[in-house]
Design a binder for this molecule. Structure first.
Ligand code: ZN
Length: 180
């Protein structure tokens, strides 16, 4: 496993739609290595999700894992490690809910983004087995954020009110206390 460099906003690779993986590719040693590298990189950076695009590889593969002891997003419930390949998102409840999001590719900032509150995601796991998950609340935002990376979108592009974009320190000083 190798920690890879996370590419940042401004790199055009983050704006590319990722390529769908074939079943044979998913089972290949190259994709196994990619998955391991992504996991190592996500843990090194203290993230709760990472997409292949964030290490400069335009494929439809992302990992999500919210650990009990993570502190970046206190509202998040723990999940097991999920590998999400070739996802299709269906909106179940389009009611918008807003959370402050951050991104390893946009370091130092938080922005308030509104997204549908409940979704279903159909995808393939690391064994190329079809999976389907219904997700709501904050986890629905985490999934939509990560899966946006597979289609060339960053959370920054989805902020409708740019007055709610802040450096982390100012976010802590001026916005966290307001939200409580
Ligand atoms: Zn991100």
């Amino acid at each position: 496993m190798t920690i890879q460099k996370v590419i940042r906003m401004g790199n055009p690779l983050l704006l590319q739609e990722g390529r769908v993986l074939s079943l044979d590719e998913i089972k290949s040693i190259e994709i196994k290595t990619l998955r391991e590298d992504l996991l190592e990189t996500m843990r090194h950076e203290g993230g709760i999700g990472i997409a292949a695009a964030q290490i400069g590889i335009s494929l439809q593969l992302a990992l999500i894992q919210i650990k009990d002891d993570q502190s970046r997003y206190p509202e998040a419930k723990a999940t097991k490690l999920l590998t999400i390949i070739n996802p299709v998102i269906h909106i179940i409840d389009p009611t918008l809910q807003g959370f402050w999001e951050g991104c390893l590719s946009v370091p130092g900032l938080r922005g308030f983004v509104e997204r549908p509150r409940k979704i279903r995601v159909d995808f393939l796991d690391e064994h190329a087995q079809p999976q389907s998950l219904e997700i709501e609340d904050f986890l629905a935002t985490v999934f939509q954020h990560e899966l946006d990376h597979l289609f060339g979108k960053l959370y920054i592009h989805r902020i409708s009110d740019l007055t709610k974009l802040a450096y982390i320190e100012e976010f802590q000083d001026f916005w966290v206390s307001k939200a409580e």
